[in-house]
Design a protein around this ligand. Structure first.
Ligand code: ZN
Length: 136
């Protein structure tokens, strides 16, 4: 993947990116969504940006594999609308980015070195992507 990373300034010692692809279907049940009301699929490209000052006892900021499994195991080859987190707000690119952030940060909060997720990028098509950054 040759992804463009928007620049996010910070003062942490370590900055880690985990990119992944996942295939999933969705639909947006709103009249204003036009043809996106019909079920269709995307190969999503996701980039997680994790920062921190401290490593864990194994020398990791966070294990790349763990980051992938949190997102990929949940959503790959699924219909996104069937997940409970997308019952209230539809699985738009924006809502996906925010939701992925929430799951990742929840996991990071339980680790010994407590890194932070500073940015989640969800690319839905080659020309459309969303960047989500939590507010402090
Ligand atoms: Zn779509």
């Amino acid at each position: 993947m040759n992804t463009y990373f928007p620049f996010t300034p910070h003062a942490f010692r370590y900055e880690l990116h985990k990119e992944m692809h996942l295939s999933a279907a969705h639909f947006i049940p709103a009249e204003s969504a036009g043809k996106c009301q019909r079920i269709h699929g995307h190969t999503y490209q996701i980039d997680l940006m994790i920062v921190g000052d401290e490593l864990d006892a194994n020398g990791f900021l966070i294990d790349f594999k763990l980051l992938k499994s949190i997102v990929h195991d949940r959503y790959d080859h699924t219909l996104l609308n069937e997940h409970p987190e997308f019952r209230v707000l539809h699985p738009t690119t924006e809502v996906m980015a925010k939701t992925i952030y929430t799951f990742i940060q929840e996991y990071l909060d339980g680790t010994s070195n407590k890194p932070s997720c500073l940015q989640v990028i969800v690319r839905e098509t080659p020309t459309s992507y969303v960047v989500y950054r939590p507010k402090k």
